[in-house]
Unconditional design. Structure first.
Length: 429
């Protein structure tokens, strides 16, 4: 398969062209023939014009690529090596929502041929690829797993907004259903991964490795958030504590904050869900999730307490929130925990204006029912800097005073204005 892809006698297809799928498709298209498939035709039409709908890649990334973009699943019949890169979210009960990956699997299953390869990049719990996806491929294709088609798992490690740790510079974990598949899949990814490929011993190992990467970060951030709650009661600045502790060579530098997005705030639920099937209650994982999921409400409640101590009439109170994306310098608003802060403040009757230079006003309205403001309407009783976009990096005391009333509170969720701690009414984690 590897040789056939390299000499372009066979094609590779990527199913799902979002933050993960599009960069992979374009990198492969610099080396081999690629079919880029996305079910949303409006996105496909943009990509045909060299525009990344996610605003992560420049038009330069599309140049010199042997790629055909399509929203027609029949076009996938021309491929022999399939990469599935669709989201794996959670539902309203915080249980794994496999609908996107199941749908993508059905799409592939209908065009699967004898000798084809299918590799999953979507983050799932250990066992999902072989237990949930492979039976669908067998059923719809009429083919037998391993005998007629091969499957592998190679977890995505793309970090939206990160211009340093890009796809080709991050070691790629690969795996396959047998030794032949494992090697062919590894060789294929080595075409584009300059940092090298790590061959995991099995598909389950690769699935587990990915899910603990994000779960580990989630737990460490939860610890920082709990420390923040403790130190707040002691009237100690958490960031100053962390700076002091970080002088020890083996101290792990994590920081408190809102944990949203479609990875760290989601993946631990997949592992917790799967552990229950084996009769194990994931105590640390669930405790970490509970802390991080409640941080938005916690921040809002702490602010309301300060406003009450300032004798502010909550019914007339105005708050400005700067930033609503799930992290800095991206347009992605999926699972943004800033929304939890906004909703909690509104539940107290406060008026909240929200501004974000990156987010789409249309997407924010559709996803959360929040109407973005074009510009601040001062004065405000509180200003919350929720996301550390580069546009906010150099805001100073004068800027905040121009927006706040005489007794306003600056809420610095990301801890980027520590120098203003003694100059303004300042609140941080």
């Amino acid at each position: 398969m590897y040789k056939e892809l390299v000499n372009k006698s066979e094609k590779l297809a990527v199913i799902g062209l979002g933050y993960v799928g599009l960069p992979i498709a374009l990198e492969f298209a610099k080396k081999i023939s690629v079919i880029g498939y996305d079910m949303k035709d409006d996105r496909v039409q943009l990509m045909k014009k060299g525009i990344d709908p996610s605003n992560e890649l420049s038009s330069e990334a599309f140049r010199g690529c042997d790629i055909t973009f399509t929203s027609n699943p029949e076009d996938l019949r021309k491929a022999r090596f399939y990469i599935v890169a669709v989201p794996t979210p959670i539902d309203e009960h915080k249980l794994p929502d496999l609908k996107p990956v199941i749908s993508a699997t059905q799409t592939v299953g209908k065009v699967l041929k004898d000798g084809d390869y299918v590799v999953y990049e979507s983050t799932v719990y250990p066992g999902c690829t072989e237990e949930d996806c492979v039976p669908i491929l067998e059923d719809l294709s009429g083919l037998k797993y391993i005998k007629n088609f091969k499957v592998g798992f190679s977890p995505e490690r793309i970090n939206p907004g990160d211009r340093e740790h890009t796809l080709t510079k991050i070691v790629k974990v690969t795996s396959g259903c047998d030794l032949e598949a494992a090697e062919e899949i590894a060789l294929t990814y080595e075409l584009i991964i300059n940092a090298g490929v790590y061959r995991a011993g099995s598909i389950k190992v690769a699935e587990a490795a990915k899910i603990i990467e994000n779960t580990q970060r989630d737990i460490n951030i939860a610890f920082m958030n709990e420390l923040s709650m403790i130190f707040n009661k002691m009237e100690i600045n958490t960031y100053e504590v962390l700076e002091a502790a970080a002088t020890k060579w083996n101290f792990l530098k994590f920081y408190p904050g809102l944990v949203g997005g479609h990875c760290i705030g989601v993946d631990p639920y997949y592992l917790s869900y799967k552990s229950k099937q084996f009769g194990h209650h994931a105590q640390i994982i669930n405790a970490g999730r509970a802390i991080n999921d409640n941080m938005g409400a916690y921040i809002a409640e702490q602010l309301v307490k300060k406003l009450i101590r300032n004798s502010v009439d909550l019914k007339k109170c105005k708050v400005l929130v700067l930033g609503i994306t799930f992290k800095e310098n991206v347009t992605d608003i999926r699972n943004s925990k800033v929304v939890d802060v906004i909703n909690e403040l509104k539940s107290f009757g406060l008026h909240v204006d929200v501004i974000d230079p990156k987010a789409s006003a249309k997407d924010v309205k559709e996803e959360y029912g929040v109407v973005l403001s074009e510009k601040p309407v001062a004065p405000y009783d509180a200003i919350i800097v929720a996301v550390s976009h580069k546009e906010y990096a150099n805001l100073d005391e004068e800027y905040f005073r121009s927006l706040g009333n005489d007794n306003f509170i600056l809420v610095d969720i990301k801890g980027i204005y520590k120098k203003l701690n003694k100059k303004l009414q300042y609140m941080s984690l």
